[in-house]
Design a protein around this ligand. Structure first.
Ligand code: CU
Length: 92
């Protein structure tokens, strides 16, 4: 019963190394229409390896993602939201 916790701690360390090169991107997520949508979008983005932080703004229909550019890229992020049913593009 102790193993899952140990694994969780190890995973947390691995996904947020101090030497990572953090990048921030803001995505425009057009189909977010109700309060439940940001939860789905946030979950989809958080699942992408290399993503360290996700914040979703329902009013602006935007998702701001902090990620390690050695592990993932903007294309993988927009694909993740698209696969979840919310196509996105880089916000300007
Ligand atoms: Cu919704």
């Amino acid at each position: 019963m102790r193993k899952p916790l140990a694994l969780f701690v190890l995973t947390s360390v691995v996904t947020a190394p101090v030497w990572a090169a953090p990048q921030t991107v803001t995505l425009a997520v057009s189909k977010m229409t109700c309060a439940a949508c940001p939860i789905t979008v946030k979950k989809a983005l958080s699942r992408v390896p290399g993503v360290t932080e996700v914040s979703v703004n329902l009013e602006k229909k935007q998702a701001t993602v902090l990620f390690d550019d050695s592990k993932t890229n903007v294309q993988a992020l927009t694909k993740a939201t698209g696969d979840a049913g919310y196509p996105s593009s880089v916000a300007r």
